[in-house]
Design a protein around this ligand. Structure first.
Ligand code: SF4
Ligand code: MG
Length: 246
């Protein structure tokens, strides 16, 4: 097993104090160390947003792409060198807005990449416009009278697009998040994890009291879908993992 310090860079991140990105970055380092993946074996790919700076501060290979274009970049790297452990990072604006199309096709393509999406329901880097996952009626700089669209349901989108691993984590629960990330990294196929995270500067307060954990994944895609479209809690854990055909 490696050490988290194997992935430490000397530069100091410039995220705001209390940002969930710190915990997500720490969890990725811990997951890589516990899985004994060496720095030269991993590539982190991202797009644009506060979250997208994460590859700057982890001592592995990194590629920061265009807004919403994390997944094509990650898939290109994987195709060029399948031996690399390529991990893609998105944001709720980046990944479900600008990159929504790539998300759908990555799910059905099922290429062997874990995809971790930092979901804080806001465009943080541009100082607080509502994002595709914001609740209808959200007041923000770009929606002063409240947003008019219904939010994207990322887990439902992933399940209905054919993703073979679908999970949700919370950046405030480090141990559980690391466990889910490790399962996603080990999954053979596209492994999607929506990560609920705080943006203390522009986001809403996270309703932690609504969080509950699944005890085990659903046995069928249909049952998992039923749960995610009609969930009055913030359910966390692995919702669905398709078993590899023998
Ligand atoms: Fe984090 Fe929000 Fe600050 Fe961006 S604006 S670094 S998401 S707290
Ligand atoms: Mg965001």
């Amino acid at each position: 097993m490696g050490e988290m310090s194997d992935f430490q860079r000397s530069e100091v991140p410039n995220w705001c104090p209390g940002c969930g990105d710190y915990a997500i970055m720490g969890a990725v380092k811990k997951a890589l160390a516990e899985l004994d993946i060496k720095p030269h074996q991993a590539v982190l790919a991202s797009g644009v947003g506060c979250f997208a700076k994460l590859p700057y501060w982890v001592k592995v290979y990194g590629f920061v792409g265009l807004h919403g274009r994390t997944l094509p970049v990650a898939q290109g790297i994987k195709l060029a060198n399948p031996k690399l452990k390529v991990i893609a990072f998105g944001g709720d604006g980046d990944g479900y807005g600008e990159g929504g199309n790539h998300f759908i096709h990555a799910c059905r393509r099922n290429i062997n990449i874990p995809y971790f999406v930092h979901n804080n329901e806001v465009f943080g880097l541009t100082t607080g416009q509502y994002s595709p996952t914001a609740e209808k009626g959200t007041k923000s700089k770009s929606s002063p009278k409240g947003s008019v669209e219904s939010p994207v349901n990322p887990l439902a989108l992933a399940l209905s697009s054919g993703a073979t691993f679908v999970a949700r984590a919370y950046a405030g629960h480090l141990k559980e998040m690391v466990q889910i990330m490790k399962q996603a990294i080990l999954h053979e196929g596209f492994a999607f994890v929506d990560i609920v995270q705080a943006c203390p500067s522009f986001g809403k307060t996270i309703p932690v009291d609504k969080m509950v954990y699944l005890t085990s994944p659903f046995l069928s895609r249909g049952k998992a879908l039923e749960k995610v479209v009609d969930d009055d809690k913030i359910t966390l854990g692995v919702f669905y993992q398709e078993k590899k055909e023998e």
